[in-house]
Design a binder for this molecule. Structure first.
Ligand code: ADE
Length: 247
């Protein structure tokens, strides 16, 4: 899978893309992560990427041309890399607070793609023609405003890459983690069995796997009910569990 992040600050991604799971996933050839400065595609000699809004008002607007040029450049690069194989059209994702709220479900959808282009702005707005004629998705990572789309792009690259086969050392972990199961995760403990007088629940030390699984499931359910009852509607629960939470 290939990610191209279009940004004015590619240096923000250098540590992120080369460290830990993302760095290893690249080394293993599972994913290719690129940060591209779209100022290089401005199409004008002053390398301008923003301009005043038509109709007046404050703030600057990101111009259409640098983004269109940069997207066309990375599409051509991906095609050249694919050789004979005609690559599938990429998703072009705009980071913006007005977008669809990002969820694990969306991460799973993106993980099925071959190529995703993420567009990060730092301005009051984007020229509307970018939205109308180039972008396939608009994504917000939450109801707050960031100074730019870079942190949102990192969240997407990270959450999608960890879902790709082979990216995590332990294949089970992306299947059982919070949200993928529809429930929040149960509590975890490691040694020592007692720390400053606080004991690990006996059941976890009992060695009785059936009881451990039952305890974990119950804790997951309880934690989700307390913290995120909205998730329970879509979670896969058996009849007994449904009755329990509906009481
Ligand atoms: N750009 C600014 N704020 C954002 C947000 N919440 N999500 C995605 N992109 C953004």
């Amino acid at each position: 899978m290939r990610f191209d992040v279009l940004t004015l600050f590619p240096e923000m991604f250098s540590g992120m893309f080369t460290t830990s799971i993302l760095g290893k996933a690249q080394e293993k050839g599972i994913v290719s992560l690129n940060a591209i400065n779209f100022r290089e595609f401005s199409g004008n000699k002053h390398h301008t990427v923003d301009d005043y809004p038509y109709g007046g008002g404050g703030g600057m607007v990101l111009k259409a041309e640098p983004i269109f040029n940069a997207v066309e450049h990375v599409v051509a690069a991906a095609r050249a890399e694919a050789g004979e194989r005609e690559p599938r059209a990429p998703r072009v994702v705009l980071m913006c607070p007005q977008g669809e709220t990002y969820t694990q479900r969306k991460a799973e959808e993106f993980a099925k793609e071959d190529h995703i282009i993420l567009v990060c702005g730092h301005y009051e707005g984007y020229d509307e023609r970018i939205r109308e004629h180039l972008v396939t998705d608009e994504i917000s990572i939450g109801d707050y405003v960031l100074t730019g789309g870079e942190i949102a792009a990192c969240a997407i690259v990270d959450s999608v890459t960890r879902l790709l086969p082979g990216a995590l050392g332990n294949e089970l972990s992306s299947v059982t983690d919070s949200y993928s199961t529809g429930l929040l995760e149960h509590p975890h403990y490691t040694r020592p069995a007692e720390f400053r007088g606080w004991k690990v629940p006996d059941v976890l030390i009992s060695g009785h796997h059936v009881n451990v699984d039952a305890w974990r499931r119950e804790q997951s359910l309880y934690r989700t009910w307390r913290r995120r009852p909205d998730l329970l509607e879509r979670a896969e629960l058996n009849d007994k569990e449904r009755k329990l939470i509906e009481r």
